[in-house]
Design a protein around this ligand. Structure first.
Ligand SMILES: [Zn+2]
Ligand SMILES: [Zn+2]
Length: 338
């Protein structure tokens, strides 16, 4: 029972039988070679798959079709019906994955962003000021426009991301299930490798997006507002957001990563994107915080990094945000030095 796979699947032994199709095939008098669980270890995917696994389903996104669509949307099946993934075409699977990712991302966007906005932008301290030092100088329609841009952008970005999910599920990546495969040391090192790899790629992709040939048609939309809000976090041209998200997907084609640590890493990535747009900055050495990204939005050609300041320092694009408004006031000595 120490094996996590055993724990997950033992919760749903009847489901496992259904996965193999034993019940239905016995009834129909047909048989098919059984697919042992181990042979499906390569079928580990991202968000929808991990959610399915946590509920005891196999390593594919077919559970969305089987449970959500067939049972609750189309009403063509009922609990206990045999699980037969072969009846779901690639087109249907893609469409369902896309819809699932879109709804999932909307759910995160419309819970975390309003919460962050309330805590940092609307709540007042005893002096009547908000934590984000937000003046709303860009008009009262800013948040509404950011939400509008994000809603259509997320729907298109997830359509472009769904093929990655299909590739992951086809077993083309190096995601793995059992910690023993690569050991605890590698499991602990992987998140750092993931951050270093994605930060490096995003720095250069982001810097490339500021090139005059692509800035106006693709990246300018995200720079529409100089004073960002948490709702700016996903207000991208879809191609822009997708390009900057590609390194996370490419990583698992190059490096083995435990599927659960990948799932957690993607969650943290989503949170971090909101965090660097809320203007309320932590001060952590070598880390690209909200202050750095605020300066990127106001000064354009500096602080391209996502997680660290390393590449900005190497690439000559680093600016200490605490030397510039609205953060300079927090550090009068630096302001004087400037
Ligand atoms: Zn930019
Ligand atoms: Zn931004």
């Amino acid at each position: 029972m120490n094996d996590p796979r055993a724990r997950v699947f033992s919760c749903h032994r009847s489901y496992e039988r259904a996965v193999r199709g034993d019940d239905a095939r016995e009834e129909r008098g047909t048989s098919r070679a059984r697919v042992p669980l181990d042979s499906r270890r390569g079928l580990m995917s991202e968000i929808p798959i991990v959610i399915g696994l946590l509920y005891g389903f196999d390593g594919s996104a077919h559970w969305i079709n089987h449970v959500l669509i067939d049972r609750y949307v189309l009403g063509v099946s009922k609990p206990g019906d045999a699980y037969d993934p072969s009846k779901y075409s690639l087109t249907r699977k893609y469409a369902v994955l896309w819809a699932f990712l879109t709804v999932f991302t909307y759910a995160l966007y419309f819970t975390l962003c309003p919460l962050s906005y309330y805590l940092s932008f609307q709540r007042r301290d005893k002096d009547g000021k908000n934590k984000a030092k937000f003046t709303g100088r860009e008009g009262k329609d800013q948040v509404r426009n950011e939400i509008y841009t994000s809603v259509w952008s997320i729907a298109v970005m997830t359509a472009m991301t769904a093929p990655f999910e299909l590739m992951v599920e086809a077993g083309w990546t190096k995601l793995y299930w059992d910690v023993k495969d690569y050991g605890w040391l590698y499991l602990c090192v992987t998140p750092f490798l993931f951050l270093i790899f994605s930060d490096t790629c995003i720095y250069w992709i982001h810097r490339g997006l500021h090139h005059r040939s692509v800035y106006a048609p693709i990246h300018k939309l995200h720079h529409k507002y100089k004073d960002t809000t948490p709702f700016s976090a996903y207000a991208f041209h879809p191609l822009d957001g997708w390009l900057q998200g590609c390194p996370y997907h490419i990583f698992i084609f190059l490096f083995p990563m435990h599927h659960l640590s990948y799932f957690i890493a993607l969650g943290i990535v989503g949170l971090w994107t909101i965090n660097i747009h809320d203007r309320v900055s932590m001060k952590i050495p070598y880390v690209n915080c909200a202050a750095h990204h605020t300066i990127h939005h106001t000064m354009f050609n500096y602080n391209y990094g996502q997680y660290f300041t390393f590449w900005d320092k190497i690439g000559g694009s680093y600016r200490n945000p605490h030397m510039y408004p609205p953060y300079a006031a927090e550090n009068p000595s630096l302001k004087k030095a400037e």
